[in-house]
Design a protein. Structure first.
Length: 330
């Protein structure tokens, strides 16, 4: 089969479009012929940490396709079934949080290939209203957004959500999901184009990330929840806009891990700092139900054929995309 394989170098230099053996289904597994896949910033992080001594890896966590082989002891899944991939491995129940979730695409082989072998529990029926491309980019980002907003953040209708750094997959899903839940949504971006696109999708306000938010945000509408994937660069700005008793849900650290903040700014206004990452199979099922109920469609930034995946990652690395970057296998 054709696949994108990472080996030999750190980062994008290690990517190659090559051939490798088509996988087979073992006990409790299925083989999926992929129709589309999606890119995530996680892929970039994994590739940047790999060394030339590491075993070659097929990256990619998002994908959708057709079941072409069913292994022994697999029930309720049949050859020819259209499925979407749940990317988190071994995390069945929401309450049983693993130390570090296992994820398709590192250390196990991922979705940037024509075929993939998976545990049968990691494939579910594809939402009928989604195209192959839309289903192919949904899984990881939408699951992360769903858990962050609802399981961990407890978002309710009419609450005010702030999404700094709109543009990536998780942020755009969070915008669409929060609007469907009846929340007010404010986003920020350095890009005027991205701010305009967020407003087109329904955001109530779109602020320049580096402006004084107090000058443009209504003072009588403080923020209830901040969905933070940036970390140290933006964190000092949150204190001035979040209401007492508000929640900051953290799922990334694109500007760095180290935070320096006055502790009193957290405990006097009783701010909750909440960590989250990925999601369980239970939440994946809930997310698919939510997406189907509200007929949410992913925002697709661009589409690349499998052999041009390196160029697709270059676009992501530059932060140029708004929404998800899709990879098509045919």
């Amino acid at each position: 089969m054709n696949a994108i394989i990472h080996s030999g170098h750190r980062g994008l230099e290690g990517l190659q479009y090559s051939t490798c053996p088509t996988p087979e289904a073992g006990l409790g597994q299925v083989v999926v012929e992929l129709r589309a896949a999606g890119l995530n910033h996680r892929d970039l992080f994994i590739m940047s940490d790999r060394t030339p001594q590491d075993t070659p890896l097929i990256p990619g966590s998002d994908g959708a396709g057709i079941v072409v082989e069913v292994g022994e002891d697999v029930k309720h899944i049949s050859i020819g079934q259209e499925v979407i991939i749940h990317p988190t491995l071994g995390w069945e129940h929401t309450a049983e949080v693993p130390v570090v979730p296992g994820i398709v695409g590192g250390p196990s082989h991922g979705t940037l290939a024509q075929y993939i072998t998976l545990p049968a529990s990691n494939v579910l029926p594809k939402p009928e209203h989604l195209s192959w491309l839309e289903a192919g980019v949904l899984s990881l980002s939408a699951l992360t957004a769903y858990r962050a907003l609802f399981t961990r953040g407890g978002l309710k209708a009419a609450e005010h959500l702030l999404i700094p750094g709109i543009g990536g997959g998780v942020a755009t899903y969070a915008l669409l999901m929060a609007l469907a839940a009846g929340a007010k949504v404010t986003v920020t971006s350095r890009s005027e184009v991205k701010r305009a696109e967020a407003l087109r999708l329904g955001a109530h306000q779109a602020l320049d990330s580096h402006a004084d938010w107090n000058d443009t945000m209504n003072s009588d509408e403080p923020v209830d929840i901040i969905l933070d994937s940036i970390g140290q660069m933006m964190f000092p700005k949150y204190e001035s806009v979040i209401r007492p008793g508000g929640r900051i849900v953290m799922f990334g650290a694109s500007s760095g891990d180290d935070l320096h903040l006055p502790i009193r700014s957290i405990f006097f206004p009783q701010i909750s700092l909440i960590g989250t990452s990925m999601g369980s199979r239970e939440e994946f099922v809930q997310m698919l139900d939510w997406v189907d109920k509200h007929k949410i469609r992913p925002v697709i930034d661009s589409i690349y054929p499998l052999q041009n995946t390196a160029q697709a990652f270059e676009r992501m690395e530059k932060g140029e995309q708004f929404g998800n970057i899709a990879i098509t296998m045919h």
